[in-house]
Design a protein. Structure first.
Length: 385
């Protein structure tokens, strides 16, 4: 187990670098460029929300998995904006080499599976890959067009993209998206469709990229935000799925982790080692869930609220594993960075055992059996007393 888990964790730690790859587009508030990790989280959310627009032969769970992986190669090759002059054949060669390097960090069976899924997305030939590509074409458009004060240069890129660029084919393939983007672009009335009635929620979700947590990136350059954290723990759960207890549905776990921190848009992040009024926090988060999920039509509103509440209660096998992974990721980062948020909050090993060990032991006991000695060694050798 140790050798296999070590390989899996090396891959997951390397994936942290995607949070430092900036894209050409900006957050809706124009405060900074969007990075590729939070973009990948947002796209997975788009897939879950826009599932009713997918064809009957589309497996939305495979679409979500593709979108979690699709930009990982940018850790090595960077982002390539579509509007710039680019040698796309050279980019393709570089991305394939990057895929070899990154997926090659995993155990062979997972390396083969993940690489095949990434290749499928790139080939754009299956129903799942095509729907994933539609969303990857849509999100940057609406990231520009739904901004309160869009960047004029970005608007022109969106205009060109819709007219004769990569998004032009949406007029035939996803006409509701193309019609809405065109209406926004020309300041015309927005048509009411299945697509448009879900866009307000997806637009509001952009704010999660500006909610910062107590934990830092592995590079130490800044604090992690809750959107990229959600992407990363989805990847953690998927890679470490074999450590779940029997009967756990990984698809439901990924949905929970995709949604679990949405409430922080209103309620903020509350570090587990901070001093928190838990009753007040629960009330704030419940109100946030009602407002945010209330932006959706009734069916997804109820489904998402139920998933979020199940995660919070952590009573089902699915929720226990999701909660275990949510607690497992930060210690991995803190061990890598000399203590991280443990130093900031003067955390003791006893606190770690209670606040991290208890949920990880409940949901993924094998992971806690591996993690506990690492933590004990750290607090004994590097943080005595």
């Amino acid at each position: 187990m140790t050798e296999r888990l070590s390989a899996q964790l090396e891959f997951l730690k390397r994936a942290d670098r995607l949070k430092s790859v900036d894209r050409a587009n900006a957050l809706l508030d124009q405060s900074r460029p969007e990075n590729s990790a939070e973009h990948s989280w947002h796209l997975a959310l788009w897939a879950l929300v826009m599932q009713p627009l997918a064809a009957d032969d589309v497996d939305i769970n495979r679409v979500i998995q593709m979108l979690l992986l699709h930009d990982l190669v940018e850790i090595v090759v960077g982002d390539h904006p579509i509007h710039l002059e680019t040698d796309w054949a050279a980019v393709e060669r570089a991305e394939r080499a990057a895929a070899d390097e990154l997926f090659g960090l995993l155990p062979d069976d997972q390396a083969t599976m993940f690489r095949a899924l990434w290749e499928e997305f790139e080939a754009d030939g299956t129903p799942d890959a095509r729907f994933a590509k539609y969303l990857d074409r849509c999100q940057p458009l609406f990231q520009v067009l739904c901004a309160p004060a869009p960047n004029p240069e970005h608007v022109e890129v969106a205009r060109d993209n819709l007219r004769d660029g990569r998004a032009a084919y949406l007029a035939q393939e996803l006409p509701e998206a193309h019609a809405l983007a065109t209406a926004l672009l020309h300041d015309k009335p927005v048509p009411e469709t299945t697509f448009s009635e879900r866009l307000a929620f997806l637009t509001e979700a952009d704010q999660l990229k500006s909610v910062y947590r107590a934990s830092r990136l592995l590079s130490g350059e800044r604090f992690e935000n809750s959107a990229e954290h959600s992407w990363h723990i989805m990847l953690f759960a998927w890679v470490l799925a074999e450590y779940a207890q029997p009967g756990v549905s990984m698809d439901r776990v990924l949905h929970m982790l995709l949604l679990h921190d949405i409430v922080e848009i209103d309620a903020g992040d509350h570090p587990i080692h901070g001093q928190v009024d838990h009753a007040a926090q629960e009330a704030e988060e419940q109100a946030a869930a009602e407002r945010l999920f209330g932006l959706l039509p009734d069916a997804p509103q109820q489904a998402f609220m139920s998933l979020w509440q199940e995660f919070e209660a952590a009573e089902s096998a699915d929720a226990r594993f999701a909660k275990a992974i949510d607690r497992f990721q930060t210690p991995i980062g803190n061990l890598e960075t000399g203590g991280g948020s443990w130093v900031d909050f003067d955390v003791t090993f006893a606190q770690i055992e209670q606040r991290v060990g208890t949920p990880v032991q409940r949901g993924a006991p094998d992971l806690w059996a591996w993690l506990r000695p690492q933590l004990s060694a750290f607090f004994t050798e590097k943080a005595p007393g």
